[in-house]
Design a protein around this ligand. Structure first.
Ligand code: HEC
Ligand code: HEC
Length: 365
């Protein structure tokens, strides 16, 4: 039953002749959310402007639907980025056309065909869950910056830097995407429409829209109201609910999570405009990759720097890490290196019962 994002609606169940009839009394939903959901769920076609030069999917739903519309995506939905890092010696350079390597492209398009041939460095990216993303959007930049420790003044080996982006000449804090490369949810609507679906949107001057492309459909292919509706729908997605187990192992697991240092990066709550947001992230960039890692670099987010991913809803979003290389939560923990190596070692040294409890806690998020 489609009850997504209708958390506050009255739900009435009636038993009728053995069959359960569920009646959803739909309170007035913001029409922008309804229209935004339709856009998110819609399969676009060439006649709508899909693609050209390239695209990764024909709908938002194609990659964000696990376990519900707006959720995460499976391993085969990963998108790929590419560039050149001179066989690991550096410096990293972006090839013509940017880092995005499209999975799909409309027939007869040869744009950028030569660039991937010159690449020597690739990075896979998993589609993250968007549940609760409006609450993340509501966290003031100051609450993110407050946890930075770029010079490791407390000497715990963990740094954490905010992603700084220049938008219209002003520094803003990035918070969305694996490298915190996008400042606001609305900016991501523009970015995803053009980068994943190849749909043009009106240029609002912030630098995330592409207002015209090479196909024969009139630009922009979506209007500003539609982009706003898409943002409204994503902002309406409720945060993932805790499983809510009362097993004492879960509480013990949370204690272990804090004691061994997971909570230093996966900060349990940040203060949003509407109250505390229990996301289990500091929204800062950390390098938890093994030494020598080769991947995409951007100004302010070098190779190996990734935003601490929120852990709410993690029980439903396998596989894990930016590239989906960890199939299980245990594998995800063991994949931490770099700044998190001491914390990972703490985990490995804990008695089996503590490690089990930690996993029970993560499985409750
Ligand atoms: C082909 C798969 C694919 C499609 C189609 C797709 N996405 Fe995504 N989405 C991703 C991936 C992969 C990421 C992570 C990108 C990164 O950080 O490099 C992502 C990230 C996001 C994020 C940021 C999430 C966060 O927590 O930081 C938002 C918001 C988003 N997508 C919205 C959309 C919307 C809206 C659409 C439709 C216009 C869409 N996506 C279509 C794969 C997809
Ligand atoms: C130094 C900061 C830091 C510490 C400490 C840390 N993490 Fe992480 N964690 C990260 C970053 C950054 C990533 C993303 C890395 C990537 O995508 O390659 C991550 C990824 C994860 C993921 C995968 C999330 C997803 O959506 O794919 C899980 C689960 C996780 N961490 C749990 C833990 C646990 C449990 C601990 C304690 C044992 C811990 N982390 C300690 C920074 C940290």
């Amino acid at each position: 039953m489609a009850s997504l994002a209708l958390g506050s609606l009255p739900l009435l169940s009636l038993g009728l002749a053995g069959a359960a009839v569920v009646l959803l009394l739909q309170a007035a939903e913001d029409p922008a959310v309804t229209r935004g959901r339709e856009l998110f769920d819609r399969s676009f076609h060439r006649a709508d402007g899909l693609g050209t030069p390239e695209m990764n999917g024909d709908s938002c739903r194609a990659c964000h639907s696990d376990p519900v519309l707006g959720g995460a995506g499976a391993l085969e939905l990963n998108v790929t980025r590419f560039g050149r890092d001179n066989n690991g010696l550096g410096p990293f350079v972006e090839l013509p056309g940017g880092q995005g390597l499209s999975k799909l492209r409309p027939p007869h398009v040869t744009y950028r065909e030569e660039a991937p041939m010159q690449a020597d460095c690739f990075e896979q990216r998993q589609p993250p869950s968007l549940l609760g993303i409006g609450l993340i959007d509501s966290i003031p930049a100051a609450a993110i910056v407050a946890n930075e420790d770029p010079n490791d003044l407390d000497g715990d080996g963990i740094r954490g830097v905010a992603r700084r982006l220049t938008v219209q000449g002003v520094i803003e804090i990035g918070r969305f995407g694996w490298k915190a490369q996008i400042p606001t949810l609305h900016d991501f609507s523009h970015d995803a429409l053009v980068q994943e679906l190849g749909l043009t949107t009106p240029d609002d001057g912030r630098g995330f829209a592409i207002a015209s492309d090479g196909d024969d459909i009139a630009d922009p292919e979506l209007n500003a109201v539609q982009v706003g509706n898409l943002t409204a729908f994503m902002a309406s997605l409720p945060a993932p609910a805790r499983a809510g187990s009362t097993d004492p192992m879960v509480a013990l697991g949370q204690q272990v999570f804090t004691e061994i240092g997971c909570a230093k990066c996966h900060v349990p709550t940040l203060q949003g405009l509407g109250g505390p947001v229990p996301l289990f992230s500091d929204l800062l960039l950390h390098n938890v990759m093994a030494p020598g890692y080769r991947g995409m670099a951007e100004p302010g987010a070098g190779a190996g720097m990734f935003r601490t991913p929120p852990l709410w809803g993690i029980r439903d979003t396998a596989p894990y890490m930016h590239d989906g290389r960890a199939e299980t939560l245990t594998a995800a923990i063991l994949a931490h290196d770099g700044e998190a190596v001491a914390v990972r070692t703490n985990f490995q040294l804990r008695p089996q019962a503590d490690r089990d409890a930690l996993l029970r806690f993560l499985g409750d998020l």
